[in-house]
Ligand binder design. Structure first.
Ligand SMILES: Cc1cc2nc3c(=O)[nH]c(=O)nc-3n(C[C@H](O)[C@H](O)[C@H](O)COP(=O)(O)OP(=O)(O)OC[C@H]3O[C@@H](n4cnc5c(N)ncnc54)[C@H](O)[C@@H]3O)c2cc1C
Length: 445
């Protein structure tokens, strides 16, 4: 299977729809009767709050993993946007309050929760939820909040922020005087609740109907284990090499305890998917102790990090660090199975040669591919004749094929965040067009 090249017509309409949905409540607000003599600043502040409200509500849609929405952009871009736009929404809500206070300084007194009118209390509660949500998300790692605790509170705070804000709007009522304006907001709320239901009920049901079990567990170099899954009663899901899926191991798909992992197996064999998992934390440290036969649920595939998105490319460069080799492995194994002999280069960095996951297979796979392999251990003994140390400008400019600077190769990069940031910047400095650098970040949250 080769994927189609992405056309502007696939992603641009989504941007237009997003902007329209965020702006529509403001346009609607301006139509119909408004209270006489109401200062412009008050209308302006409400417009900002309405935009913030639409943005926060749309976050439920953005994170519902709706395939047609994720396909054009890729999950990391959608999550990146989700993070940034929530800061914008919180800023708009704060501006809403500040502009109201500029118009009428007595607005500040509404912050005295117990003496404030009920409508203001709801606004205050919504603001607190939104600020807590943004601050805890931005500083989660510094605050040492466990991922799963954060994920549960994140969902609750988001629902609280929206529900309290909706109640505040209803209680203020000025801009919802006409029935069809109320219908518009009811329709918005229905879409948001629908997106939540899709993510929390419909997708888990779909997973439950298509279970898998662990068929084998293989220890790999670099404290990693490969889980080969066997579909139970179905043929498995087709995926593009380089994509990932959310997997739930030994629990109900409704438990919301899933983790994202890239497929490491060939896309030519969707009936036997493999995920290679490095032990790094609570869940991944338990992989080695799992048993064959345990039930697994797979939600996917997702992601745009795939050579199938560039069917016309003549040459590929894969740059992997540590466990970031998994999507590259899937792409290389798929190329081998498809007898795809386009030129490719793999630059693979890890702490040492011993820790290079799939090392033996990589050293042999070149016989079936048009592959140049460069293993770059950070530390190596005197016998090692290849490059070593961190991948810097010298190593990269020596290894990078000349076609990359001429815009004729596609570069795929996946590894630890500091390595990715450094190499992305280096590639740009070396003259590689930015649209040819594709990244997969293993830290969505
Ligand atoms: C698109 C993508 C593809 C990935 N592919 C692979 C792969 O092929 N092989 C591999 O070993 N790792 C992969 N990862 C990383 C893997 O998902 C995390 O290492 C794993 O979820 C950590 O879980 P933990 O409980 O063991 O670690 P913890 O120590 O609990 O968490 C470490 C960090 O991992 C992230 N994390 C934890 N749980 C989740 C979760 N449920 N969902 C999302 N993020 C979480 C959080 O940022 C957290 O701070 C991938 C991540 C992403 C986003």
């Amino acid at each position: 299977m080769r994927g189609k090249k992405l056309r502007t017509s696939e992603w641009f309409p989504w941007i237009l729809v997003y902007v329209f949905v965020v702006a529509a409540p403001v346009l609607v607000m301006l139509i119909g009767p408004r209270p006489e003599g109401r200062p412009f600043l008050r209308d302006f502040s409400v417009a900002m709050a309405f935009c913030a409200m639409s943005i926060v509500g749309l976050q439920f849609v953005l994170t519902a993993r709706i395939p047609s929405l994720k396909r054009p952009f890729g999950s990391d871009v959608v999550y990146y946007f989700h993070h940034r736009i929530s800061v914008v929404a919180a800023g708009l809500v704060l501006l809403h309050l500040i502009v109201l206070a500029v118009d009428d300084a007595s607005t500040w007194s509404l912050l005295a929760f117990w003496s404030a009118p009920v409508r203001a209390r709801f606004a205050f509660a919504s603001l607190l939820c939104l600020l807590a949500l943004v601050l805890v998300s931005v500083f989660r790692k510094k605050l040492r909040v466990e991922y799963i605790t954060w994920r549960i509170t994140h969902g609750l705070l988001a629902m609280g922020a929206v529900a309290f804000a909706m109640t505040h709007m209803q209680l203020v009522g000025i801009y919802l005087s006409l029935p069809w304006k109320r219908v518009l907001w009811a329709a918005y709320a229905a879409v948001w609740i629908g997106a939540l239901a899709y993510a929390r009920v419909i997708r888990p049901i779909a997973m439950k109907l298509r279970p898998y079990e662990i068929a084998s567990i293989t220890e790999e170099r670099g404290s990693a284990w490969s889980l080969r899954l066997a579909p139970l009663g179905h043929a498995g899901a087709r995926f593009a090499p380089g994509q990932f899926a959310w997997i739930t191991v030994g629990r109900s798909p409704f438990a919301d305890l899933e983790h994202p992992f890239s497929y490491s197996s060939s896309a030519a064999d969707p009936g036997s998917p493999v995920f290679t998992i490095k032990a790094t934390g609570d869940f991944t440290n338990r992989i080695a102790d799992l048993d064959v036969g345990i039930r697994v649920y797979v939600d996917g595939p997702f992601g745009a990090f795939s050579l199938d998105r560039r069917p016309a490319a003549e040459e590929f460069v894969f740059i992997a660090g540590g466990i970031g080799i998994t999507p590259m492995m899937s792409m290389l194994r798929t190329m081998r199975d498809r007898r795809d002999t386009r030129r490719c280069t793999l630059i693979y960095a890890a702490r040492s040669l011993e820790e290079m996951t799939f090392r033996e297979e990589l050293e042999g796979i070149g016989e079936d591919l048009n592959l140049r392999l460069h293993l770059v251990p950070t530390v190596a003994d005197d016998e090692w004749k290849g490059p070593h140390g961190r991948i810097g400008p010298e190593i990269l400019s020596e290894i990078l094929p000349p076609s990359c600077k001429e815009g004729a190769c596609e570069i795929y990069l996946c590894g630890p965040p500091p390595m990715m940031d450094a190499i992305e910047a280096l590639l740009v400095r070396l003259g590689v067009p930015v649209q040819q650098i594709h990244t997969e970040r293993f830290n969505l949250a």
